[in-house]
Design a protein around this ligand. Structure first.
Ligand SMILES: O=C(O)C(=O)CO
Length: 325
């Protein structure tokens, strides 16, 4: 019997996952990154040659048009990510195609970045590094003052695996109170000592607002002009979810006008963001280029799960991490 074929649309797929695939299927890895101009045309051209499985490890949008090009041979799709906002889930559902993702294994790595951003933004790492590099310190008791974490109130928007890992880490910083918002009570919140509150209350009470929820129709621009106005002038906003959770123009204005103290972002709109983008130029906006899950171990684990998701589905079994469509 001919080997089943799996298409991987971004060249950075780790060997750990590729080796698993190669034991059972023919794996075709496209030689581009999403922002290279040949990436999308090559995906569209190649996918028409017939694949049983698709690993969508790219920020490009997986649309109905691409699924049509893939045709009826395609039986399973997985993201190599926890977030699935780049995938048109309605189109998969319409075609009865199962979707997988790679949550949980990245919770710790992303939580580490969240804590790093929180400290970096609160303690003005970006401005401080610039002054250091310029050799022009204005050292004094009123110089480069930031915000404390001790005795603060931390509000997490979305107490999923990543949000919980953030709370576990911040417990070591003697935070006074953890609150969270979300659609349902989380049983883990009891042990973590976190209380669910409406979003509006979270925004008003928190010294640190951390966005750790997926991007969806409901959460798009959850932080807009109105939300930013509810936040304390001394507050710090951290986003490790998706750029689209924030109205970035509203955030720019709030940071510029001192309506909030600072922001730490691992995700932006767009990605990559131009170095000339107004938000990048702000001294109180500390930005990382989407490094959340970027550790060797985590990326290997994500690749292995996405490979297993596809192999299981092609063998008629449930994926390890199926997405409920
Ligand atoms: O897996 C994801 O969705 C991420 O963005 C990890 O950084």
């Amino acid at each position: 019997m001919a080997l089943k074929r799996v298409l991987i649309v971004n060249k950075t797929f780790p060997t750990a996952g590729l080796e698993l695939l190669k034991k059972e299927v023919e794996a075709v890895v496209l030689p581009y990154l999403e922002y290279e101009s040949d990436s999308m045309p090559t995906i569209k051209n190649t996918i028409t040659s017939g694949f049983d499985g698709l690993i969508w490890n790219t920020k490009h949008r997986l649309t109905g048009e691409i699924l049509d090009l893939a045709g009826p041979r395609l039986k399973a799709v997985t993201a190599m990510a926890s977030g699935i906002d780049q995938i048109d889930t309605d189109e998969l559902k319409k075609r009865g195609l199962p979707l997988g993702n790679t949550p949980k294994v990245l919770d710790d790595a992303v939580a580490d970045i969240a804590v790093g951003l929180l400290i970096g933004a609160a303690r003005r790492f970006k401005e401080a590094a610039k002054e250091l590099e310029s050799g022009d310190w204005k050292y004094g008791v009123q110089w480069m003052l930031g915000q404390d974490i001790v005795n603060s109130t931390v509000g997490i928007v979305g107490l999923g695996g990543i949000g919980q890992a953030i709370v576990r880490r911040l417990k070591g910083f003697d935070v006074a109170k953890f609150i969270y918002s979300g659609r349902t009570d989380k049983k883990e919140a009891i042990d973590l000592g976190a209380t669910r509150v409406p979003l509006e209350q979270l925004l008003k009470e928190s010294d640190y607002v951390i966005l750790a929820c997926p991007l969806s129709k409901e959460t798009k621009h959850i932080i807009n002009e109105e939300a930013l106005k509810m936040m304390k002038k001394t507050s710090v906003l951290v986003n490790i979810g998706r750029g689209g959770l924030i109205d970035q123009t509203a955030l720019y204005n709030a940071l510029r006008n001192g309506e909030i103290f600072a922001a730490g972002l691992d995700v932006t709109t767009p990605e990559p963001i131009s170095r000339d983008d107004p938000i990048v130029t702000l001294p109180n906006c500390y930005i990382m280029p989407h490094l959340g899950s970027a550790t060797i171990e985590t990326r290997n684990a994500m690749a292995k799960i996405s490979a297993k998701n596809i192999l299981l589905a092609l063998n008629g079994k449930p994926m390890i991490c199926p997405v409920l469509l």
